[in-house]
Write a protein that binds this ligand. Sequence first.
Ligand code: CP
Ligand code: NVA
Length: 311
Amino acid sequence: MAKRDYLKITDTTLAEAHRVLRLAARLKEEPKGRRTTILAGRAIAVVLEKASTRTRVSFEVGIAQLGAQPVVLSTQGSQLARGEPIRDTARVLARYCDAIAFRTSSTARLLEMAEASVPVINALSDDGHPVQVLSDIFTIQEALAASGDRTGVAGRRIAFLGDCASNMARSWLEAAQLFDFHLVLAGPEGYMPPADEVERARKTGHVTITHDPREGAARADVVNTDVWASMGHEAEAEKRRTAFAGWTVDAKVMAKAAQHSIVLHCLPAHRGEEIDDETLEGPRSRVWDQAENRLHVQKALMLWLLGVELA
Ligand code: CP
Ligand code: NVA
């Protein structure tokens, strides 16, 4: 059977995505940190060309909890820093490892890594952060279930406020089409996803765009935000602070959202910029569960990609 990769949200069918999420729920029920030997004798590489806290630790711990050996490589300290081609790195890693999680800048580098003969997972690129958004869907379903609603994300109104050209917003746009919910992209003009990506979702009625934060949050079941200057855009931080003035997710914005709404932020957060401290730490925030769920969802995703079933 051909190997599978997880480079973008639509690399699974809807049924496969739900299967991974169900598996994640089972894994989450296991006592914290319980190790299994289900992947004993295997190794999974985590290659990081950009900074990371959650992705690195959740993959490294998750791989160890499944009984496999995590191998974490960053640019500095590996031959990547000295210009070894990704294609060569990919072929060599596949000789030692059973899967590769890769955080990089461009889709071109990600696709080159995906030439490896083992499954490759996008651990964030400039165009998407699919493991985060898949995991966020798990978090939304979990929050809904906790309030007695087991109907899932289909048909919901999910808002993304801030830099809608970011990897996070672009994976949300893809997710809206796969999971059949309505995404409201709310951000200043000039900070939207590429036109063809928006057009595809618009045709199927899965996206609305607004340039007004309160309109963006209006009636939303979920309000998402993310940093205004993603990794790679640090030099534009000042310019972006000006462009995004008035876009902080705060009590006034949240007052427009549905009463039962929750707030998500993939972290790291910049309090006082894209979100204020009161909202991040407030009763609607699910950001700490959201961070934890990366562990469970990625464990499930790795098992699924490797074709390994839980007993
Ligand atoms: N949310 C997320 O991917 O965090 P890190 O950049 O710390 O991995
Ligand atoms: N959009 C952010 C996500 C960080 C997890 C970035 O790319 O820096």
